[in-house]
Design a protein around this ligand. Sequence first.
Ligand code: CP
Ligand code: NVA
Length: 304
Amino acid sequence: MAIKHYLQFSDFSLDEYEYVIERSRLIKRKFKNYEPHYTLLDRTLVMVFEKNSTRTRLSFEAGMHQLGGAAIYLNTRDSQLGRGEPVEDAAQVMSRMCDVIMIRTFGQDIIERFATHSRVPVINGLTNEQHPCQVLADVFTYIEHRGSIAGKKVAWVGDANNMLYSWLQAAQVFGFHVNVSTPKGYDIDPGQVAADNQRYTFFANPSDACEGADLVTTDVWTSMGYEDENAARLKAFDGWIVDQAKMQRAQPDALFMHCLPAHRGEEVSAEVIDGPQSVVWDEAENRLHVQKALLEYLVLGKVD
Ligand code: CP
Ligand code: NVA
């Protein structure tokens, strides 16, 4: 049977997401009640980081421990990947010693090559083009707060980056709409969006994108790997801050999300991220719960 990987959001069907979301709810409840849920006893996760991380590392490592398994952290600096070992070879070796692998790297092509040579499931812990685990946590967070996300309107104000592309895939799977506003010169790359994706609309004006939104979300203006462009981006993104004025264009009960880390005063005002509509800490926590369900599903399949 073909190995199931999670390299981008569109890798799972709605049916699979419905299952994973139900398991996430159950696993979260067990975690909160200190009930054991050792479904991955004696299994091992290898985590490969070619970029920095706080949430992704913590949530995968703690999650694997809580499922009864172990997690091993590798980074480019002190593994042979940093000395040019081909990803194809690394995939062969790592996947003979563990049950599942998570990678945070640069190009999506790298994780795809890795997965092709892996004997075990591979999870995307962020690439330049995709951040599916975060959007899974965000969709779960929306559902927890407001119920079904189908038919809702999400406003994306900011960079056309990995988070946006995963949101656009999620919109197709779950049936919601994304209003996108990015500054000139930082436009959506059509190569990163499925040709049949009709679930988004572009707005030149970021405030207009927020009109009537059920959820307003943004991310850093300079993603990891693009640090050289920071000064130019600060100028180009002037006006794209999510502030109270933009939130007021959204629905009165709109949520605000940000995958974190955030820069108050750049992509979001302190008033918004620290205000009553913000659910950023729930999003961060939910990384733990949804990824435990994801690990379990990839390693064991459906368990009930
Ligand atoms: N949101 C997120 O992926 O955070 P880290 O970069 O800290 O893992
Ligand atoms: N878009 C950001 C997300 C960080 C979690 C980045 O890629 O750096």
